[in-house]
Design a protein around this ligand. Structure first.
Ligand code: SF4
Length: 344
């Protein structure tokens, strides 16, 4: 039994069918495993550990979400590597906020989207992560590192909609109040704009889950150059899909725009971007390009970022500048998956 893959109701059902137990025991097990990190189910006062059903349950427990293999920290931003049971490695980042932490998690080992500004894109796709491996990153952040994780962003390795079913089940598990209890409004899924994924999300009708669209370009010519997905989903089609998306009243899409010197940072690009976004409720996150280990592009200077932001403000676009937290440990946007874990 893989407890990290189950919601409370699914666990209760499993306990009922396999052991003749019900919600009472499911509550205890959820509390111990998902809230206290007691994966071995040791020392639970309410349960007689010598009873045959409990012995059998313990025998059937199976955890395969990987082990933390390395970590690196800079100014409170901590990147950690999890070694999966088949030897593949994934990366996650704990980012300090005001009085809690955000966890940036991976949904795939590698990625097949091939965005040219992204380290993970250079790896190609190895495989999708299981539900347990996705939830396990939160488990490790909380219980291996003891962090108060309240926000989850699917912005690590992989395109979440490329692993749709497992990502959705993981969200069901982590938002369960009797389990990890992350509020849906504290979850953001970042996507390059896979239309099928957006449509399936629309059908699920989870209006509180935030969507971040990794746009990064003002027009098709530039976007196709840096994001191959644009060859099959041009920007007009992406916008049409977003216009039909059932956003909760008063909420917006986040639009991520990685600013790359000489590629997408001109005055005309700001105007073109503003025109494209005008019909959509959006907040733009302006992110400086982070040169990776095999950097093809140049990072903008701080002045260039401020200048581009000013142009967007002039165009009445709501824009926030995102600092490249963790840049020196290769934990900033688009820098995961570079094997930079040689600890000094
Ligand atoms: S930016 Fe995201 S979708 Fe693009 S290659 Fe990197 S991980 Fe994949």
């Amino acid at each position: 039994m893989k407890i990290l893959e189950l919601t409370f109701n699914q666990l209760a059902e499993t306990l009922a069918t396999q052991y003749g137990k019900g919600e009472y025991h499911a509550k205890i097990i959820c509390r111990e495993v998902l809230k206290n990190g007691n994966i071995a189910l040791n020392n639970i006062p309410e349960i007689d550990r010598t009873s045959p059903w409990f012995k059998s349950l313990k025998k059937n427990l199976c955890y395969s979400f990987g082990t933390v293999k390395a970590e690196k920290e800079e100014s409170g931003t901590r990147k950690f590597v999890t070694e999966l049971t088949d030897g593949l490695e994934i990366e996650s980042v704990i980012i300090p906020m005001h009085n809690y932490k955000t966890l940036c998690i991976s949904s795939q080992a590698g990625c097949r989207m091939g965005c040219t500004f992204c380290e993970t894109g250079n790896l190609g796709l190895h495989r999708n992560l299981t539900v347990e491996e996705i939830v396990g990153q939160i488990f490790n952040a909380r219980f291996h590192f003891g962090e108060n994780i309240r926000n989850i962003v699917f912005m690590g390795m992989g395109e979440p909609f490329d692993n749709f079913d497992n990502v959705i089940q993981a969200i069901r598990v982590i938002t369960d109040q009797r389990g990890p209890d992350i509020a849906p409004r504290h979850i953001t899924i970042s996507t390059v704009g896979r239309i099928d994924g957006l449509q399936k999300m629309a059908e699920l009708n989870w209006p509180l889950i935030h969507l971040a669209i990794s746009l990064n370009a003002p027009n098709d010519k530039i976007r196709s150059r840096i994001m191959p997905i644009n060859n099959s989903v041009p920007m007009i089609k992406l916008r049409e899909t977003l216009l039909n998306y059932p956003l909760a009243v008063g909420t917006t899409f986040f639009v991520e725009y990685v600013l790359i010197r000489g590629i997408n940072d001109a005055r005309a690009h700001a105007a073109e971007l503003a025109d494209y976004l005008r019909p959509l409720p959006v907040k733009v996150n302006l992110i400086p390009y982070n040169p990776g280990t095999c950097a093809e592009f140049e990072a903008p200077s701080e002045d260039e970022i401020i200048r581009f932001r000013g142009w967007l403000v002039d165009e009445h676009v709501f824009v926030r500048m995102r600092s490249a937290k963790g840049q020196n440990v290769m934990a900033a946007c688009g820098q995961l998956g570079n094997g930079s874990f040689k600890m000094e």
